[in-house]
Design a protein around this ligand. Structure first.
Ligand code: ADP
Ligand code: MG
Length: 424
């Protein structure tokens, strides 16, 4: 028997025989006192067979009347959560996706060639090279990823492929991170900008419907790392500092967090943050291509489900628009500041790759101390975490070298060799 808001709840094990055994469920994955998740998901093939669930379904072992009497959500809610749990268990720990943008007007005007040939999960880069006698020849580089999204894929489809499957597990103590990696002008910001808005819409839907009246709250923050320092993008670029608490939890002192109750607020906050990000002394593109922008959505919950008590973190979803990958090479520039920034970017992109690889290999040691970026993301690399890397590439021949570098980086983050195919 457990207590919730003074109500007595029947432990699932003690009640009707059709209920699933609580002990077989990984309670580490559950938000505290999250009643619906105590019911395990029905077998996947029942869904795939299109079987319909009635109110006395044996997989739930609970009907509408008894669930109401116990103060539990009704069966339709439980079904929806069970379906989410099934989806969640299928979400890969690391997913690497490539997005190719279309040729832009300038490239079309120059008759620039599209050198990227795509299929659903692989792509070929056609590199033009010169022989010693100066005749041209083509070298093909083939790569395989979890998914390849071509120039016709919409932002909605990008969302469905990358972030949407992660949303339900944010309510199950998961920290998930979605990165956009690639050279300046390859479409990182274009790709990342709409994702948080769609995520907020789906998270709020879960809070207001599936998990209604359970005390879940959503918070929003937006900051950047520039030259190894942290700045709040929602507080006039106020400088922030990072500390670790006794439990080695990352804490960014002074970072503004906004409670989110509707999508409109988020639209405004994203616009404001992006506008702040690009107002630098060296001009919009220059500045933003040298910083990592980090937008975080935190799902919290007050201990007894009431709004008056302080809320504790349940799960987090971070969106990272990384510095232009080519900036890491600015280490020989004449300008000292550019050189130092280049070195910092280089360090952070290398450290990021190593951290994700360590996650993928289930290594106990995650080398997050390698850079400010990975230190800030430390709590997203431990415990129950999910990572999606979206590698953005330009299609034109002039970007060939940068494109190959981006694809090689993505390939090293997660190598998906495909037998006899000749890989780069
Ligand atoms: P980055 O953030 O990597 O420097 P941007 O996101 O600013 O690159 O994209 C550069 C330009 O290309 C922008 O004008 C953007 O609107 C355009 N763009 C990028 N990706 C796409 C796409 N998939 N479809 C159409 N236009 C795109
Ligand atoms: Mg950008």
């Amino acid at each position: 028997m457990r207590q919730k808001n003074g109500e007595e709840l029947v432990s699932p094990n003690e009640s009707s025989p059709g209920l699933l055994d609580l002990h077989s469920f990984d309670t580490e994955l559950l938000p505290e006192m999250s009643v619906p998740c105590l019911y395990d998901a029905p077998p996947v093939n029942n869904f795939s067979r299109g079987r319909s669930f009635d109110d006395s379904d044996p997989y739930f072992g609970i009907n509408k009347q008894t669930s109401k009497a116990r103060g539990l959500p009704d069966t339709s809610v439980l079904k929806s959560i069970a379906a989410d749990n099934v989806k969640a268990s299928n979400v890969a720990k690391i997913k690497v996706v490539v997005r190719k943008r279309p040729l832009n007007k300038r490239e079309l005007a120059k008759n620039d060639e599209d050198i990227i040939e795509t299929s659903s999960n692989s792509l070929v880069v056609h590199e033009t090279k010169l022989k010693v006698d100066l005749t041209e020849y083509q070298e093909k580089h083939e790569f395989v990823f979890d998914a390849v999204l071509n120039e016709e894929v919409s932002n909605d489809e990008v969302y469905r492929e990358t972030v949407e499957p992660i949303i339900p597990i944010i309510f199950q103590r998961t920290k998930a991170t979605c990165f956009a990696y690639g050279q300046t002008g390859s479409g990182k910001t274009y790709t990342m900008k709409p994702l948080p808005l769609r995520a907020v819409r789906d998270i709020l839907r879960l809070i207001h419907h599936t998990y209604r009246n359970q005390g879940f709250q959503l918070f929003f923050s937006f900051f950047e790392i520039y030259g190894g320092k942290l700045f709040d993008l929602l507080s006039d670029r106020k400088k922030l500092c990072m500390r670790e608490d006794g439990k080695q939890q990352v804490c960014i002192v002074g970072l503004q967090e906004y409670r989110v109750v509707d999508v409109e607020i988020v639209k405004e906050l994203i616009e404001r943050g992006n506008a702040t990000r690009s107002t630098g002394t060296t001009g919009a593109n220059e500045e933003s291509s040298r910083s990592h922008a980090i937008l975080q959505l935190s799902v919290k919950r007050s201990v007894d489900g009431s709004e008056s008590k302080p809320a504790r973190l349940v799960g987090k979803l971070s969106f990272i628009d990384l510095a232009g990958s080519e900036r890491g090479a600015d280490t020989t520039d004449n300008d000292k500041q550019t050189r130092m920034e280049g070195a910092e970017i280089n360090k952070s992109l290398l450290a990021l790759k190593e951290c994700i690889r360590a996650l993928d290999n289930d290594q106990g040691h995650i080398p997050f101390r390698g850079s400010k970026l990975t230190e800030v993301l430390r709590d997203s690399f431990v415990g129950n975490s999910r990572t999606v890397m979206i590698s953005c590439i330009s299609p034109n021949s002039g970007s060939c070298e940068h494109t190959l570098n981006t694809l090689r980086y993505a390939d090293r983050v997660k190598s998906l060799s495909r037998g006899n195919i000749k890989k780069d």
